[in-house]
Design a binder for this molecule. Structure first.
Ligand code: AMP
Length: 572
């Protein structure tokens, strides 16, 4: 497949989705008919109807033994006709445990194709995008090796380290060497420094997921003085010890630049608040490129605050298993973002699910999904996955040419339950969006959020951890927490939860009053550092909407400043 593409390809693909999917399945089955895995069900046949009849829908745990065998040195053809050349480690911050997915060049070519196409769409919709530079923060992890010598890394790390990456990086303010730096702190510092020096060219600011972008803004709040003094002196700080980082940032930094240093000092020190800091430091920025659908929607208010409400652009929907789709209307409002599936990426099927997470068992092809219905995608690809459940729930919102578009709804697991109520990620995000209005009216912005179900005492109750920031800087980092506002916040949260929750939350019922625990500023950065230290990639990190690791909970608990409880049962 050619990696350089123009938008006519999108028209062609989406107009012929059925044929392209059929042909793709044909090719996959022919390539894989003799793998040990498929042979069990198809006995060497590559017949598509037989595939649908005999090959079971599976989840990761079902295929894990096969994947582990390949990782441990048995030949790839246990699962895949195309050799497996690498393993993608999923972030694991949503499900709690990390998985490894087999992959090869087809995966990376697909990924790059998805990114290239979505970038073309952004440049079509955002004036001047092509002429400017993007300040997109990217990071890589160290690559580990399986017992048989194959690399295991987060997909983005492998992509960045692959021969394919150069075409993706050419208009970035961050030199490639800095992206490769294994020390996240040095990498963030140097990427910021490069971005500040090239501020006049920056048309877009971003990171794969917003939790990282927000961490970078917090980093800027702590390091702006050092950054502008490096610009003033033309010398990079001594603690940047990674040689290739140091060399490439020094080249960009160039001669001392007092004028730029003064300007940055002015913007960062002269103002009462950090509102709009992105547009103040990078005045030509037209959009923020980061994924704000699904759990990431919790970060919209903070991003709006720091960017003065620049358009938030969610370009792609992808995972360690496959690249699924792209957003053909990159400037659509966050609540209206849908992803158009790309029929040439993998063979996609969809298992219908009920709104509460159960499944009807009915499976539809890509072109046969029904408008308004909810589905979990199944992936069949060239690297050993056959009808594998992805674990996300999507809703069909429309179509582009003949290809359906989907809204990302949530991960398909019940995230909170302290009695019998299944409270999904989507329920929590909706309640959060309503309750955030209460905070905003009292000049607070939410900069971190997660929750857990506390069943250590009876009745069990929901605990929401919030990190807050005052919109206007009062000279200290101290927050003025108004009891009335935060109790109201708890009540609005409860009112917005499901009717079953509200029924069970009656006085002396089996669910106790919802609690909010306010944590110190920087707590969510520590939480990210904890997950990253356990092998999750900073680039792929998504703040978990619900925490169940005792160690992660301890990080939050150690930083609790205040607690508030709902003071009445929610109306039924
Ligand atoms: P990983 O395999 O670690 O890269 O995580 C992939 C998961 O991230 C997906 O299964 C989704 O749950 C989530 N994800 C990826 N892209 C998006 C998106 N555009 N919107 C919402 N969630 C996404």
């Amino acid at each position: 497949m050619s990696l350089s593409c123009d938008l006519s390809i999108l028209e062609e693909l989406t107009s012929n989705a059925k044929q392209i999917q059929d042909d793709l399945l044909d090719k996959i089955l022919k390539a894989n008919a003799n793998t040990e895995y498929l042979h069990r069900f198809l006995e060497g046949s590559s017949d598509k109807e037989l595939f649908k009849k005999n090959v079971p829908v599976v989840s990761y745990e079902d295929v894990k033994p096969y994947i582990d065998r390949v990782a441990n040195g048995e030949p790839s053809d246990i699962i895949s006709g195309e050799p497996i050349t690498t393993f993608n480690r999923s972030s694991g911050t949503s499900s709690g445990n990390q998985k490894i997915y087999p992959a090869n060049n087809i995966y990376f070519e697909n990924m790059l194709f998805g990114y290239a196409l979505s970038s073309l769409l952004v440049s079509k919709h955002v004036d001047g995008y092509k002429q400017g530079k993007v300040m997109i923060f990217r990071f890589t992890n160290r690559i580990s090796i399986t017992p048989c010598g194959l690399p295991i890394a987060p997909a983005l790390t492998s992509l960045i380290k692959s021969k394919y990456y150069s075409s993706m990086a050419n208009n970035s303010t961050s030199p490639y060497e800095i992206t490769l730096c294994p020390d996240a702190k040095q990498s963030i510092y140097c990427q910021l420094l490069c971005g500040l020096v090239q501020r006049d060219e920056v048309v877009s600011v971003g990171a794969t997921f917003p939790s990282v972008l927000l961490q970078i803004i917090h980093f800027l709040e702590n390091y702006w003085k050092e950054l502008y003094s490096n610009i003033r002196s033309g010398q990079v700080s001594d603690w940047i010890t990674d040689h290739s980082c140091r060399d490439s940032v020094s080249t960009i930094l160039g001669e001392p630049n007092a004028e730029l240093a003064d300007l940055i000092e002015n913007e960062c020190s002269g103002q009462k608040s950090w509102q709009g800091i992105i547009t103040r430091l990078w005045p030509k920025t037209k959009c923020i490129e980061t994924i704000i659908t699904g759990t990431m929607s919790q970060h919209i208010p903070a991003l709006d605050y720091y960017s003065n409400k620049l358009p938030l652009v969610s370009k792609v929907y992808a995972s360690s298993e496959a690249c699924f789709g792209i957003n053909v209307n990159p400037l659509s409002k966050p609540q209206q973002v849908s992803y158009t599936f790309l029929p040439n990426m993998s063979y996609f099927e969809f298992i219908e699910v009920y709104d509460d997470g159960g499944t009807t068992g009915e499976i539809a092809d890509l072109v046969n999904v029904k408008l308004g219905c909810y589905y979990e995608p199944l992936v069949t690809n060239f690297s050993g996955l056959h009808r594998c459940r992805v674990g996300d729930v999507l809703q069909v919102t429309g179509s582009y040419n003949n290809t359906p578009q989907f809204r990302f709804v949530r991960r398909n697991n019940t995230v909170l339950s302290v009695y019998l109520e299944p409270t999904t990620e989507d329920d929590i995000l909706k309640a959060l969006a309503r309750a955030t209005v209460v905070l905003e009216s009292s000049d607070l912005i939410l900069t971190g959020f997660t929750c857990y179900g506390d069943i250590s005492i009876v009745p069990g109750h929901y605990v929401f951890y919030l990190e807050l920031k005052a919109k206007v800087n009062n000279g200290t980092n101290d927050l003025r927490l108004d009891n009335k506002v935060l109790v109201e916040y708890c009540c609005v949260m409860e009112e917005s939860l499901s009717s079953l929750y509200r029924k069970l939350r009656i006085k002396n019922g089996p669910i106790g009053p919802l609690e909010v625990r306010i944590v110190q500023q920087g707590t969510f950065d520590s939480l990210m550092e904890f997950f990253v230290s356990r092998g999750s990639s900073i680039t792929q990190y998504k703040t978990p909407i619900c925490i169940n690791s005792a160690e992660a909970l301890k990080i939050l608990e150690d930083k609790v400043l205040a607690r508030f409880f709902s003071d009445k049962s929610p109306p039924l």
